[in-house]
Design a protein around this ligand. Sequence first.
Ligand code: PRX
Length: 635
Amino acid sequence: MSYYKIENLEQYFKHYKKSIREPRKFWGKIAEENFVWYQVWDKVFEFDMEESKFQWFVNGKLNIVKNCIDRHLAKRGDKPAIIFEPNNPEEEAQTITYNDLYNRVCKMANVLKDQGVKKGDRVCIYLPMIPDLAISMLACARIGAIHSVIFAGFSASAISKRVNDCGCKFVITSDGSFRGNKTIPLKPIVDEALESCPEVEKVLLVNRTGADVNMQEGRDLWLAPLLEEANSNHVAQVMDAEDPLFILYTSGSTGAPKGMVHTTAGYMVQTAYSFRNVFDYKEEDIFWCTADCGWITGHSYIIYGPLLNGATTVMFEGVPSYPTPSRFWDIIDKYKVTQFYTAPTAIRSLMTEDYSYVNNHDLSSLRVIGSVGEPINEEAWHWYNDHVGKKRCPIVDTWWQTETGSILVSPLPFITPTKPTYATLPLPGIQAVLMDEKRNEIEDNQIDGSLCVKFPWPSMARTIWGNHERYQETYFSQFPGKYFTGDGALRDEVGYYRITGRADDVVIVSGHNLGTAPIEDAINEHHAVAESAVVGYKHDIKGNALYGFITLKVEGETRDRENLRKEINQYISSHIGPIAKLDKIQFVESLPKTRSGKIMRRILRSISNGETKEFGDISTLINPEVIDSIINGKI
Ligand code: PRX
């Protein structure tokens, strides 16, 4: 019996039970039957909870890129591996077959080696969403270098912090990037960042926009001529199962960004397994995840998960609104995309546009549609279901984190009945639990608590680069013996999980625990509301009270504000209860968002508490200018 693909609900429960009772057998069989190894492992896993040390496929030897590319060549050499859709639809798209990808990755691997990159070296990749980004990641992994991709929208200071933190000596970047109608210079940002990164020895440059750049002699080199000369064969480096594959920075609730370290074998096995099941992947599929490779979603579900399965993955350079708000739907139609995976923030912005943008397209190729990154509110879920999935395609609301490496809780399409706003059930191998304030495991359903995982899983991050103590403290100290996700969740009567938001977004009002996400859901149902963020602020009598920052749709702009406030509170009252009513409502032009589309509630919390002088690190904000306009705005 194979455990790699779940065919029906009965089998899901069977596999789930097996994965809990006999995790060694479960994961061992998946790893053995679906990947190529230079040497098999001695033990499937070994861990020490006390020290928060975890190892999977102990002493196994492999190369993940051999699994992503080489082993597919005999059967799928001419199959498209990556379809590149440029920012400008007038520019020719590129189809990169598995054979092409092999040649390009090998050339890049040889260039990196020639430039002195060795196994274990950290390589910073700061590139737009172009094939060179995928190729650079894979080339690093092929030679055993650790890639640290930094989203190409981060500022110079964010880059230098990350480069210095993990001691990168090499940077791969481009002259610039195209995003919508903008051309953004990247090289000058890197130049500025590197002024405070004395250890960087080489900067390798991709020519994307043709912008003039300064080349620092001895440090900076154009990649194209080096690639031209390079050999297109390369024998993949033998890696240990636990050798680091990549570092990816994620922000903590406080302090410097955390360099999450993912290792080779466990990450490979679980990203491949989750991709196969969560997206019901089939050989002829065209898979499209709209994330950027600068985030974990791009790592796991644009690059590694799809390529490990020999899939065709679409890589899109642009933005959903360019040249028109129908771009996503154009692309689905153009490539006959079968699985579409995006974020609620994108859905919410597209649903404010005229219906004709989505309704005028042939989306009949779609089979599964997915959501990731934040709770999807009920209104957005229905819009996605009705207008994109046409009530035909199951929505997979996938819950996971940079730290988890792969999807942990999600419906399986055509298998798990979906329920709006619920990520539903944990995948096999994932022992999700809810914990109460007294640190006891909650056995009952229909209760919310802190979401933890009580047994290790293969693709979990192993440490924070250079700071194992912080790793232990952040993830394993609140609930000893368990991994704490930092999220709150509710479990319904059948055991489905609904992520209610970050545990630090829970506000206790008059002794009642209120998750801000369900309140926002209620507000967003009001037809005049585009988006909202609710935070708690200190209140003399209630302890905390609720403050809502709300953006309006065009039609809402002309409405009487006082009436709107009353109506919104009525919505909340009827959806959740009068206890959740907002004490203050401020209508704002836009909300402060990180580059990955998350609302930075920390800032709103400060503003709501009248603390407007110091906002800490706001380098991940895409629109810092909104801060002043919110501070100066009227209630
Ligand atoms: O709060 C959860 C939210 O995003 C957090 C992880 O963010 P990040 O590491 O940036 O990774 C995002 C992509 C995996 C989680 O702690 N989150 C992620 N997916 C969902 C979600 N919240 C609700 N529903 C989801 N499906």
